[in-house]
Design a protein around this ligand. Structure first.
Ligand SMILES: Cc1cc2nc3c(=O)[nH]c(=O)nc-3n(C[C@H](O)[C@H](O)[C@H](O)COP(=O)(O)OP(=O)(O)OC[C@H]3O[C@@H](n4cnc5c(N)ncnc54)[C@H](O)[C@@H]3O)c2cc1C
Length: 401
C-alpha cells in the first residue's frame, strides 16, 4: 500500500537561487510550496564565484547591503593572450562579489518568510505524474504535488525520470570550472580581471575577482579535464609564483554556455535556472537570469494553482514571458559565444587591438550592461565598426558545425 506522507500545491526540486526565488514568488501569492534540497545545509557545497551585477541583484529581489556582500566592483580589466588590455568601468559600483552560501541562506529566509516550507536532507529520487505528481524522496517517502518546478541545477537527474519528452542538458553542454580563494596577493580591489587565451583557459577565460586588496577568488573554466594544472599555472603566471600565497576553499562545478533548452515547461511542470540552461552564454553567470526566469515561474505557478490550469497550454505563459524578457539576449550572446569559441589567440589579439584603437571600451563603459552582454556589444559595435571585425568574425563563423 502506498502511503502519502505529505502533499503541497507546488513542489520545487532544489534549493539553489532559482528554486528559492520561484518558491518565494509562488508562496508570496498564496500558493502552498514545498522545496526539497538534498543537502543538510542551504548553499553548500558552493560552486560559484559570486559576481553579480547591482542591477541584477535588484531584479531578483535581493537588497545590495546584506551580510552576503563581500566586495563592491567598479569594472573589469580584460587581458588578451599577448597581454593587450583594456578596462571597462562604471562611474559607480556595477557589481558585487557575494558569498554564495550566505546569499542562498538569505533567499531561503525570504522563501520561508513568504510561507514556503524547505525540506533539507531530502533528495528527490524520481517523479511520476498520474493526474498529480508523486515525488519519491530519499527512496523512502512519497510526496504529492499538483505542480512541479524543477530547479535541480546543472545536472537535472529527476527530469529524466519524469517520462516527459524534454531535452535535458548533459555533460557535453558544460564546461568544467575550478576556482580557489587565495590570500597574500596584490590585486586592485575594485576591478575584476578576465584573462583570455588558449594557454590560460581554452574556449573560455580565467578570472581574478578581488575580495579586498590582498585576497581574491581566482578561477577558470574550459572543456579540459586538467583544470587543476591550468589553475596553478595561471596563478603562477599572474602572481609570479606562489610565494606568500595561501590557497583555500577550492570550488568546482559545471558552467553552462549552451543557452536555454528549447522547452522549459510541460504538463504540470516548469524547469528553471541552470536545469533550463538559463545562464549567460558569454560569461557563464546564471544567478541573475536564472533568478529572473524563476520569478516568472513562481508567479505563473501561483496563477496556475488559482485557476486550476496545470496543463502545458497555460504553463507555456512562463516560457513566453521569459523569452520576451531574455530571448533576444540569449540568441545574440549564444552567437557571440560560438564565435568566441572559434577564435584563435591571434584573432583575439586582433580584436583587442581594434577595441583599444577605436576606444570601444570607453563606449562600453558608458553604455554597456553587465547582464545583457550580447545586446550591449552589438549596440556599441554598430554597423560601421562591425566591418572592421568582419574578417575575423566571418572566419570564426565559417567553421560552425
Ligand atoms: C566555478 C563557478 C563559478 C560561477 N560563478 C558565477 C558568478 O560569478 N555569477 C553567476 O551569476 N553565476 C556563476 N556561476 C553559475 C551559478 O553558480 C549557477 O548558474 C547557479 O548556481 C544556478 O542556480 P540554480 O538554482 O539553477 O542551481 P544550483 O545553484 O546548482 O542549485 C540546485 C540545487 O538543487 C539541489 N538538488 C539537485 N538535485 C536535487 C534532487 N534530486 N533533490 C533535491 N535537491 C536537489 C542541489 O543540491 C542544489 O542545492 C558559477 C558556476 C561555477 C561552476
Amino acid at each position: 500500500m502506498v502511503m502519502y506522507i505529505e502533499e503541497s500545491e507546488i513542489a520545487v526540486v532544489g534549493a539553489g537561487p532559482a528554486g528559492l526565488i520561484a518558491a518565494r514568488e509562488a508562496s508570496l501569492r498564496g500558493a502552498e510550496v514545498s522545496v526539497f534540497e538534498e543537502h543538510y545545509e542551504i548553499g553548500l557545497p558552493c560552486h560559484c564565484a559570486g559576481l553579480l551585477s547591482v542591477k541584477g541583484l535588484h531584479e531578483i529581489g535581493v537588497p545590495p547591503y546584506g551580510t552576503y556582500v563581500q566586495n563592491k566592483i567598479r569594472g573589469a580589466c580584460f587581458y588578451s593572450p599577448s597581454n593587450l588590455s583594456f578596462t571597462i568601468e562604471g562611474r559607480d559600483y556595477v557589481a558585487y562579489v557575494v558569498n554564495r552560501r550566505m546569499l542562498d541562506c538569505f533567499l531561503a529566509e525570504q522563501a520561508l518568510k513568504s510561507g514556503s516550507r524547505i525540506k533539507l536532507n531530502s533528495r528527490v529520487q524520481s517523479v511520476k505524474r498520474d493526474g498529480e505528481w508523486i515525488l519519491n524522496v530519499n527512496r523512502r517517502d512519497n510526496f504529492k504535488a499538483k505542480l512541479l518546478i524543477d530547479a535541480e541545477g546543472a545536472l537535472p537527474r529527476v527530469l529524466k525520470t519524469s517520462g516527459l519528452n524534454l531535452r535535458i542538458l548533459d555533460k557535453n553542454d558544460f564546461l568544467n570550472g575550478l576556482q580557489a580563494d587565495i590570500s597574500g596577493v596584490k590585486v586592485d580591489p575594485e576591478h575584476v580581471e578576465v584573462h583570455l587565451g588558449s594557454g590560460v583557459a581554452p574556449g573560455f577565460f580565467a578570472w581574478v575577482i578581488p575580495l579586498n586588496d590582498g585576497e581574491a577568488r581566482v578561477g577558470l573554466a574550459c572543456k579540459n579535464s586538467n583544470l587543476k594544472d591550468l589553475l596553478f599555472s595561471f596563478i603562477r603566471k599572474r602572481f609570479r609564483g606562489f610565494e606568500g600565497i595561501n590557497m583555500r576553499s577550492f570550488y568546482s562545478g559545471f558552467i553552462i554556455t549552451c543557452g536555454p533548452i528549447e522547452k522549459t515547461y510541460s504538463d504540470g511542470l516548469m524547469v528553471v535556472g541552470d536545469a533550463a540552461g538559463q545562464v549567460k552564454p558569454i560569461s557563464g553567470g546564471g544567478v541573475v537570469f536564472g533568478g529572473i526566469c524563476a520569478s516568472i515561474a513562481g508567479r505563473v505557478a501561483s496563477e496556475a494553482i488559482k485557476r486550476n490550469s496545470l496543463e502545458k497550454k497555460f504553463l507555456k505563459t512562463y516560457q513566453d514571458e521569459w523569452k520576451e524578457r531574455l530571448g533576444r539576449e540569449f540568441k545574440i550572446a549564444l552567437l557571440a559565444r560560438k564565435i568566441l569559441n572559434r577564435l584563435s589567440d591571434r584573432e583575439i589579439d586582433r580584436i583587442f587591438s581594434i577595441v583599444i584603437e577605436e576606444g570601444i571600451h570607453d563606449e562600453i563603459s558608458a553604455g554597456g550592461d553587465m547582464d545583457f552582454q550580447g545586446t550591449s556589444i552589438l549596440k556599441i559595435m554598430g554597423k560601421r565598426r562591425i566591418l572592421k571585425f568582419l574578417p575575423t568574425l566571418l572566419k570564426a563563423a565559417l567553421v560552425f558545425r
